[in-house]
Design a binder for this molecule. Sequence first.
Ligand code: ADP
Length: 344
Amino acid sequence: MLKLEDIHKFYGKGKEKKVEALKGINLEVEKGEIFGVVGFSGAGKSTLIRCVNLLERPTSGKVLINGVDLLTLSPKALRAQRKKIGMIFQQYNMLESKTIFHNVSIPLILEGRPKQEIKEKVEQLLDFVGLKDRIDHYPNQLSGGQKQRVGIARALATDPDILLCDEATSALDPNTTEAVLDLLRKVRDEFGLTILMITHEMNVIRDVCDKMAVIENGVIVEQGPVIDVFTEPKTEIARSFVQTVLNDNLPNSVKKLISDSNQVSNIYRIIFKGASTGAPLLSTTAKQFAVDLNVIHGLITELQGIPFGNLVVQFSGDQQEIQRAVQFISEQEAVIREVSDNAI
Ligand code: ADP
């Protein structure tokens, strides 16, 4: 559906001034998927999303939509393709002096659609985002969340296939963020849209995305299904993003237990996902091997409807038997690693 191939983007001219904001980005988003790109400020997120609709022209690479490279299109063909790509922004980009009706109708007016058709379409879109009663209001009469709903209605006006979300919830409080994310999910479910979003907030990725990528210094350092990155982050930066929402820091009492214990403390972190969360893995292990298991800290939650657990367990018993038990768990649908004093 949407594929970025080896995208490079340089800003500035001359050797000294050149900034390489994107350094060979490869990314693929399937139809109907919600794909989130997370990164710190300056990582290249805005540049990346703006390269998809050529608001920024990549210096090299391919922007493929259904196999067609936008960079090869004539201006006319590009204009037609761009109608298929909607976009919403952190700051909403509303015309403050125009009504909500007018703001949503702008893309349709630009297309020269008949007045009656515009009226019907705008009413239908505002109804979809739950703001039909605000049709004659002005942007400054709306809350941030309502403005973003208007932004979504406007982005949908041209019946796009792809929706780009540029930090769409970053200016909103947590409850409003949740409501806007629910609406984006509804947009995907009802219109079958493909959604690419950039954010610095990992809770947004957790709550709405199917797949994700982590960008750092213009490079995608990690990508995959959200559940995989959350359960097994491979890079330090991904791990730190995951920690911002799944606080798996150990309480001081547990840290003390680890640092006070002898060389071998036999404390392990076990990460379960999917079916294994429901399976009685710990009791099976305790029955099968001569070990006692003591859960000293833990979290069990759900990610994208998939159960997910992160438990810290102390093993006691014969050292060889503990090793066999650990080996057994590692062969199940779970990740297990020892928690030592310097890797808490
Ligand atoms: P993010 O959205 O993750 O904060 P950006 O894509 O805005 O990152 O920026 C990536 C890098 O490109 C930064 O080093 C930034 O300073 C630089 N940059 C962004 N836009 C421009 C521009 N118009 N001219 C020069 N450098 C830019």
